[in-house]
Design a protein around this ligand. Structure first.
Ligand code: BG6
Ligand code: MG
Length: 218
């Protein structure tokens, strides 16, 4: 029998392609303050919280921004992002994710959500999968963001499980680092050069069940 009892998912870029919408919104925000923001910058920010991401972008500017200005910019980015995800529906669930959920349920593993996004509850409702999760971490209540292990440990704690009984699935370098720091097994989805620290790296979600979960379950 498998020693794993839970699979903890990241949301943006794993369950649905909202990572792309975060990128678009950050890029527009950066350009509004005269900062160039490219794919390499975006890879640094995947999985990173809203204010930390904003700080990263503003650090590239030669202007100094007051806390009030930062609050306005963060709000602006979030409004832009919310507009981009307004039309999200179950059709936006990435390939292979439903099959993974079905298999996990059949195997009686717990399914958790560890997203840094404060929009996560809305996104999973729009995708029609809110009831799939046995526990959803509240990003606003987690003291240290990814790459700290806190959010993954919060989910494991809610399940009464140890780190080594959980698999985490991530598309972000910061997320993979968080999973490993939590003592869990990491499946990275995406670019192998970015996700080096993961135990298994898959190019896309289609492979998650056969080449990820089933392989680890043994
Ligand atoms: C993560 C995304 O899931 O959530 C980041 O990978 C994003 O790109 C972060 O910045 C915070 O999201 P939000 O929706 O709370 O601004
Ligand atoms: Mg992600």
């Amino acid at each position: 029998m498998s020693s794993f009892k839970a699979c903890i998912f990241d949301l943006d870029g794993v369950i649905t392609d909202t990572a792309h919408y975060h990128y678009l919104a950050w890029q527009r925000l950066a350009s509004s303050v005269g900062v160039v923001f490219d794919q390499a910058d975006n890879d640094q920010l995947k999985g990173v919280g809203r204010m930390e991401s904003l700080e990263y972008i503003l650090a590239k500017s030669d202007r100094v921004f007051s806390p009030a200005e930062k609050a306005v910019l963060a709000h602006q980015k979030n409004e832009d992002y919310k507009n981009l995800i307004r039309e999200i529906s179950p059709a936006n669930i990435l390939p292979g994710i439903r099959e993974a959920f079905d298999w996990l349920k059949a195997e009686r593993w717990k399914i958790g959500l560890a997203s840094a996004s404060r929009n996560a509850p809305q996104v999973i409702r729009s995708l029609g999968i809110a009831d799939v999760f046995d526990y959803t971490a509240d990003a606003g209540a987690i003291p240290n963001g990814k790459p700290a292990p806190d959010i993954f440990l919060d989910v494991a704690r809610a399940f009464g499980l140890k780190g080594d009984e959980c698999i985490g699935v991530e598309d972000a370098a910061a997320g993979v680092a968080a999973i490993k720091a939590a003592g869990m097994t990491a499946i990275g989805i995406g670019d192998a050069s970015v996700l080096r620290e993961a135990d298994i790296i898959l190019p896309q979600t289609d492979f998650l069940l056969e080449n990820g979960l089933k392989l680890l379950a043994g």
